[in-house]
Design a protein around this ligand. Sequence first.
Ligand SMILES: C[S@@+](CC[C@H](N)C(=O)[O-])C[C@H]1O[C@@H](n2cnc3c(N)ncnc32)[C@H](O)[C@@H]1O
Length: 387
Amino acid sequence: MRMRKKKNLIPRMEACAALWVKDPGAQRGKWRELKPGARLLRLELGCGKGRFTAETAAAHPEDLYVAVERVPDAMVIAMERCRDMGLTNVFFIDGDAAALSDCFAPDEVDLIYINFCDPWPSVKHAPRRLTHQNFLRGYREVLKDGGQIHFKTDNRALFEWSLFQFPKAGFRLSEVTRDLHGHGIRGVMTDYEEKFHAMGTPINRCVGTKGPLPDVPVAEGLAARLEGWEIRPVTEEDFGAVLALEERCADFFALGGWTVSADSLRQDMADLPPKCAPAQKHFLALWQDGAPRAVLDVVEGYPRPRTLHIGLLVLDPALRRQGHGRAVVNALLAAAKEAGFDRVRLACLLTNPDGHAFWTALGFTDLRQDNLLGEKSQPVWIMERLI
Ligand SMILES: C[S@@+](CC[C@H](N)C(=O)[O-])C[C@H]1O[C@@H](n2cnc3c(N)ncnc32)[C@H](O)[C@@H]1O
């Protein structure tokens, strides 16, 4: 529902200045300073006119509440409500739930409420749903381990779909009900909830508790998208064939002044960026017609949790300039997005202008110049693409 533009919006917002955190980034990691001694930090995403946050915060004065709402015309009503109730434990962010990690530090939040979020019924708009696994993975970054998301909706299709999203983002489900108020009103109602309940629409609710992320290797998503290719980690058994491929690609390695050998391949297979665990790294060979045709080294969660880092992509010279490299990268971008990453990063040698043009054509942009770490130190462009 589109809200009518409120008259005097700015003066009304300013009149609630004590509750309105205009620069939430500056508060990152310091929210509890707003209410020293607060037991829990609870967030509501998309608070609308704020009935739920106001009444829950009034019932739990020992906790700190932050409500996020991207429509100021709705948020101003929520702020006025809390101000008029004399609440001092509620604060508001006029912003997007997609950017939580810019406003909150890792582990800073105990509980997140998502109440009656927009259902975005068309499949092509599914990534906009606040319970899409990509959003849930973003919330993970600020929720402490064991922290919870409490989700309510009147929309049964959205609810059933969301039940599959939570486990994909590493949340264990509990308290799943498709008729929350079937035996009498339970908990604080939101503005939307009251309306739907009055119309006789059953309310769905579940709780997701943050646990470990499931193993969703990017390699699986890549294989699903690259018909005719087989993708597998490089093993001892495949080592000789992969070394032969790298030797055919000596021109690429020469750009960095490196020679290909069994030792260099073993080194590349073992190398890890700083502070990364071996489980984050996937050193893959891409096979076609019984032979490895490309080598792809990716590191999940480097340098940020939702970044996929490409350490190496090299293609058999016989397959170059036929669109294969582009197809592999496009499949990788889609697989990375599906696995919950929000950007892909790489380092391209300054001595490799063709490579730089290739990545630029695929939507990567230069972040800065840097030097590769370790023995192979060479000047590079750090390039990145949001997905
Ligand atoms: C259907 S209303 C529900 C409001 C309230 N939670 C309730 O139950 O009454 C959804 C609200 O979420 C807000 N919203 C949607 N997407 C958002 C986002 N990405 N970040 C912050 N707020 C968002 C909308 O502006 C709207 O106010």
